[in-house]
Unconditional design. Sequence first.
Length: 117
Amino acid sequence: VQLQAYGGGLVQAGGSLRLSCVASGRTFSNSNMGWIRQAPGKEREFVAAFKLSSNTYYGDSVKGRFTTSRDNAKNTVYLQMNSLKPEDTAVYYCAAGIHGSTKADYWGRGTQVTVSS
C-alpha cells in the first residue's frame, strides 16, 4: 500500500494550493482518507478527511478555507487550500484509515507547504 502526495510548495499569505494524494496497492473508496499536518515543534493536527459515510470533516482551523474531495475511480484525494495563512505552514501527510483524528493505518511521505507573510 502506498500513498503519494503532490502539490506542496511556497505560497504567499492569501494564496491557494491544491494537494493531491494518489493511493495504490488497494482501494480506499470505503476508507477514512484525508490529511493530517504537522508544523515544526507542534503536534500533529487533523486537517480534513472523508469518513466511511462519505461525509467530510475538517479541523476547526481550516473550516471555510480548505475543501477536500475524492475521485474513487482514480483512487485520489484532493485538498484545495484557499486563503492560506502563515500558520498553515506544515508538512501535510496524506493518510488512510484515519482514526482518533491524528492516527492512521497508512501514511504518505508528506509534502511541505510553506506560507509566507
